[in-house]
Ligand binder design. Structure first.
Ligand SMILES: Cc1ncc(COP(=O)(O)O)c(C=O)c1O
Length: 381
């Protein structure tokens, strides 16, 4: 299941990328082959019955088609995502979608039910305030397993400081409200955070969900969510899916009644995407050296929002030695418009092509036209 560490795709496909950069000042480029490989790895886990791609990570049409072809289903968090998926994949069956809104208005649940989608509730409020909506419905319930983590506090989705999920302490009330509404619980769901690298996390989540699942006779599915970390630096090892599979097989042995589902976003698409830009200006300020590039936090907000690390290389001078330490900045009027800080870098020149790696997840989808700058086009290889 785990492929050997291979040369990074954007080094292998450097010539193609330079050609794209010749046509576009800035561009998101996705390598569909890398997405297929990641999908094959995770879909071949023996312990897992379904993999639902969390399309919030990247809703590019070619990316969605590639994942559907590879056998992934989809996790959608808004009616907009469901509609977009339908436009791109008109033949995609409804039962390949899990609809997981949170703190959404009443009419979104009503819409999801009318559309015949599998709906997840992540709060008791809908059952208390709108029980009539759920009469006769077969529901998933998102539980806060109080077990998880993440690469930044903004992506930790468990614990009392996180807005997500029904607490384990609310299970009695949940059971009562589900019964009173006339609904049936068929799946228990959790998403414990993003950018987690320890395979044990999902086994612990599964253990935590059993307490909830065992209260409802019709539950057949435990959806353990996404959050699998990806390598940040060249040479970092990939998430150990084999170890995860082993842990989950052991869990299934103990609890054979339940199917396990996963919901990865980042794992499937992060490494497959890069953001290309060009050097615009260079500057020295005291001991600081700045390399200015043609797009910034408007295209990729993760460094500003999460302090996320993205490898940055000068693709034009890929073989040149790093002789200086630079901070790579964009053209946005914000001091936080930094794509990378204090990076070893070769001496660069105006118009050199710069590549920002691991930009396939939560990149283009979080971009904006702040400062009325263009959002980069998306190109697929
Ligand atoms: C409910 C749910 N499932 C899955 C994911 C995917 O997470 P990741 O991209 O870290 O795998 C998220 C991310 O926010 C989520 O909220």
């Amino acid at each position: 299941m785990q492929r050997k560490q291979e040369t990074i795709w954007w080094l292998r496909k450097r010539d193609e990328l330079l050609k794209v950069a010749g046509r576009h000042l800035n561009a998101y480029v996705y390598d569909l082959e890398s997405i297929e490989n990641a999908a094959r790895d995770i879909l071949s886990m023996r312990s897992v019955s379904r993999v639902l791609y969390a399309m919030k990570a990247n809703f590019n049409a070619d990316v969605l088609r590639t994942l559907a072809r590879s056998g992934a289903d989809f996790d959608c968090v808004s009616p907009g995502e469901v509609r977009h998926l339908r436009e791109v994949l008109p033949d995609n069956a409804k039962d390949r979608i899990l609809f997981t809104p949170n703190f959404a208005p009443r009419d979104e649940y009503e819409w999801g039910i009318k559309e015949g989608l599998r709906v997840t509730l992540d709060n008791l409020y809908p059952l208390k305030a709108w029980p009539e909506l759920f009469d006769g419905q077969r529901l998933f319930i998102r539980i806060d397993p109080n077990q998880g983590g993440g690469h930044h506090e903004h992506v930790v989705t468990v614990g009392k400081r996180s807005k997500f999920g029904v607490s384990l302490s609310e299970l009695d009330e949940l059971k009562y409200l589900v019964g009173a509404a006339g609904a049936t619980v068929i799946g228990i769901h959790a998403h414990s955070g993003s950018g987690i690298n320890e395979p044990d996390n999902w086994a612990a989540v599964a253990d935590a969900l059993i307490e909830a699942a065992d209260r409802f006779a019709d539950v057949t599915v435990l959806d353990l969510g996404g959050g699998f970390g990806v390598p940040e630096n060249r040479g970092d090892v990939r998430f150990d899916l084999s170890a995860l599979d082993e842990r989950l097989m052991a869990f299934k042995k103990q609890h054979p009644k339940y199917e396990l589902w996963l919901e990865p976003g980042r794992y499937l698409v992060a490494v497959a995407g890069v953001l290309l830009a060009h050097v615009t200006q260079l500057k020295g300020k005291s001991e600081m050296r700045y390399v200015g590039v043609s797009t910034g936090m408007n295209s990729l907000i993760r460094p500003a929002l999460y302090g996320a690390y993205h490898e940055i290389v000068n693709l034009t001078r890929i073989s040149d030695e790093a002789t200086e330490t630079v901070t790579v900045v964009g053209p946005i009027c914000e001091s936080g418009d930094k794509l990378g800080t204090d990076r070893p870098f070769p001496r660069s020149q105006e118009n050199d092509v710069i590549l920002i790696a691991n930009a396939g997840a939560y990149g283009r989808v979080m971009s904006s036209s702040y400062n009325l700058r263009d959002i980069p086009p998306e190109i697929t290889l």
